[in-house]
Design a protein. Structure first.
Ligand SMILES: [Zn+2]
Length: 210
């Protein structure tokens, strides 16, 4: 995942020193790779060398005056505090045609953000990868709900048809059973779509690792 990469870039943009574990020795290489993509100037070190560097940095005076906090970072901090005003969003993002998986609000695409990121009016935040993961979960849930709805309609129609048959209304019973069969076929089609979906994270992780 790329969680944290955007935060590391914000720290770096504010004059902070970024240190990233060498992905070659990391148990989960994706995270440090994302961090290095967001902050190419970061120190890239094996784990054993990070503590000595921290020790040296603590004893080192940073050259020059403190770096002012960039406006976009200030506005994002304001949004995180709950000030997700249109003014703050318009300054750092542009409206997208996507909606927030958490609240249904419209999503805004952050300007010049690497990794690509989105925010909604209420303060939810996503990278493109985490948004795709949420969208995949939503798609799967919607299909499963579709399977259940079709199955329940089929069961009700069969129940009504059985009662019609018992009261001698063969025509209504036959019509109900035909409709129930049609719904069963639809349900099997949708169920097949659910069963052939890739495992939840497989395609996204593969793409992120590429
Ligand atoms: Zn939201």
């Amino acid at each position: 995942m790329d969680d944290g990469a955007a935060g590391l870039k914000a720290v770096h943009d504010c004059g902070g020193v970024a240190i990233v574990q060498d992905p070659a020795e990391a148990v989960e290489a994706e995270m440090p790779r994302s961090a290095l993509a967001a902050v190419p100037a970061a120190h890239r070190l094996p784990l054993a060398d990070i503590a000595p560097l921290l020790h040296r940095l603590v004893d080192t005076r940073l050259p020059g005056p403190a770096v002012p906090v960039p406006e976009e970072v200030q506005r994002e901090v304001a949004i995180n505090r709950g000030e997700a005003t249109v003014e703050n969003l318009e300054a750092i993002a542009t409206p997208s045609s996507l909606t927030c998986p958490d609240c249904g609000g419209s999503l805004w695409e952050m300007k010049n953000a690497r990794p690509l990121r989105y925010r909604c009016h209420t303060g939810h935040a996503f990278t493109a990868i985490s948004l795709r993961r949420s969208q995949q979960e939503m798609s799967e849930l919607a299909l499963r709900q579709g399977v259940r709805a079709l199955r329940e309609r089929e069961l009700l129609l069969r129940r009504v048809a059985a009662i019609a048959q018992s009261t001698g209304d063969a025509a209504q019973a036959a019509a109900g059973l035909a409709e129930a069969d049609r719904l069963r076929d639809q349900m099997r089609t949708v169920k097949g779509m659910v069963e052939t979906m890739p495992p939840r994270d497989e395609d996204i992780d593969a793409e992120a690792d590429a």
